[in-house]
Write a protein that binds this ligand. Structure first.
Ligand SMILES: [Zn+2]
Length: 402
């Protein structure tokens, strides 16, 4: 059955000076409204034990706009301000449902600058997008086409720390399911390589089933370390420091962008070519207390990859199984099932008493696959949760980029 999904398409755009100014002021107002409403909610909750509703926050916004001090809120589109209140409402709903921590203030420096426009606040005509309070359409770089006859329902404008502008366009899309296949694959998170698959995949892995860390990253990381060192030497508050910070942000953005593209390709291939993909619970990574940059990037990638695998599997009618983090995937022989007492990280290949010679990671990937399939047979398998949605991986459809 074809699935109707809400999917976000993200593009870079180049604002005119007037647009940049309008958006900059809108970001500021969004942040102010969010923080002010949060402050009021906190006060009401602490002093009166009262939970302020979205409607009350919205009424308060109307009052603020009538005051002299906050009259400037009227100068920007009202929709992003209302959306900020809705986001705050959602943050509180998550908090009260114990899915996330208490909402925090948005800081000018640390928070992502964003403004969300719903249908009434933008015009979509002849493939041109014009936001409220603007005369000209946005100059968007259409790096890939929107689906034919797509009708955007929400448009989110952001500016990242590297100073780049993006617009994310949410559309409804019908995705036909893929024809069923028999192949299935286990995925192990590697130490020397990004990941290792239980069987090699043409064009994606080497003959050993390993997906190497992308080549370009080593050079990029060196550049990042250099830029960070340079930043540390600059005087607080100086113009040179601001410049150095931007440089760090640019290099970092480049690394994460290329990583994301790579993970999209990887997850799409894995989901297209396999009926079932078995992965390890990512919490296992937290046990490795290694704060290196490489590790941090690798951890973030793993979270991203898992979420991509899960939503793409839903789109295409595939299955993702998650094996419990305590499963001893590297200590088991995938040939005979014998379990070793210990398996130090330094051991890359080993020979079992049954005679089988294993690459550590390939063996682990095979075990992960076998464990996932075995637990699926067990209707009430304790160690495996088919497409479990934890609070960490749950994403609103709006956040799913393809
Ligand atoms: Zn064996």
């Amino acid at each position: 059955m074809a699935q109707i999904v809400r999917r976000a398409y993200k593009y870079r755009f180049y604002p005119t000076p007037e647009q940049a100014d309008e958006l900059g002021r809108t970001f500021g107002c969004v942040r102010l409204v969010y923080n002010k409403a949060l402050e009021e909610r906190t006060r009401a909750y602490i002093t009166e034990g009262h939970r302020i509703s979205y409607m009350e926050s919205s009424a308060a916004l109307t009052r603020w706009k009538r005051t002299k001090e906050l009259a400037f809120l009227n100068e920007v589109s009202s929709v992003p301000l209302q959306q900020a209140l809705r986001h705050l409402q959602a943050a509180f709903a998550h908090f009260f449902a114990k899915r996330s921590k208490y909402p925090t203030f948005k800081s000018r420096k640390k928070s992502r600058a964003a403004a969300e426009y719903t249908r009434s606040a933008f015009r979509w005509r002849d493939g041109q997008l014009t936001l409220a309070k603007m005369r000209d359409p946005l100059k968007i770089v259409w790096s890939r086409p929107l689906p034919l006859r797509a009708q955007p329902s929400t448009v989110t404008v952001t500016r990242d720390s590297a100073g780049r502008w993006f617009v994310s366009i949410l559309v409804e899309e019908t995705i036909p399911p893929l024809a069923a296949v028999k192949t299935q694959v286990g995925v192990d998170v590697g130490i020397t390589s990004l990941l290792t698959l239980s069987r090699p995949v043409n064009g994606l892995t080497g003959e050993d089933g390993k997906v190497p860390n992308p080549q370009y990253e080593r050079a990029d990381r060196r550049r990042l370390v250099k830029a960070q060192r340079n930043l540390a030497r600059k005087t607080e508050g100086s113009a040179n420091r601001a410049k150095a910070r931007l440089k760090v942000a640019r290099v970092y953005a480049r690394i994460t962008d290329r990583r994301r593209d790579f993970l999209h390709k990887l997850s799409t291939r894995l989901v297209r070519e396999n009926q079932t993909v078995v992965i390890e619970d990512l919490a296992v990574r937290n046990m490795v207390k290694n704060r290196s940059l490489a590790r941090a990037i690798s951890d973030a990638s793993w979270r991203k990859l898992r979420s991509m695998l899960e939503y793409k599997a839903r789109w295409y009618g595939r299955q993702v199984l998650v094996v419990d983090r305590w499963f001893p995937s590297s200590k088991l022989c995938s040939a005979c099932g014998a379990q070793r007492e210990s398996m130090p990280l330094t051991v890359r290949t080993w020979e079992c008493t049954c005679g089988a010679v294993h690459d550590r990671d390939v063996n682990a990937a095979k075990n992960i696959l076998a464990a996932g399939l075995a637990e699926r047979q067990n209707a009430c398998g304790a160690g495996v949760r088919p497409q479990r949605e934890s609070s960490r991986t749950r994403q609103p459809a709006a956040k799913q980029e393809a």
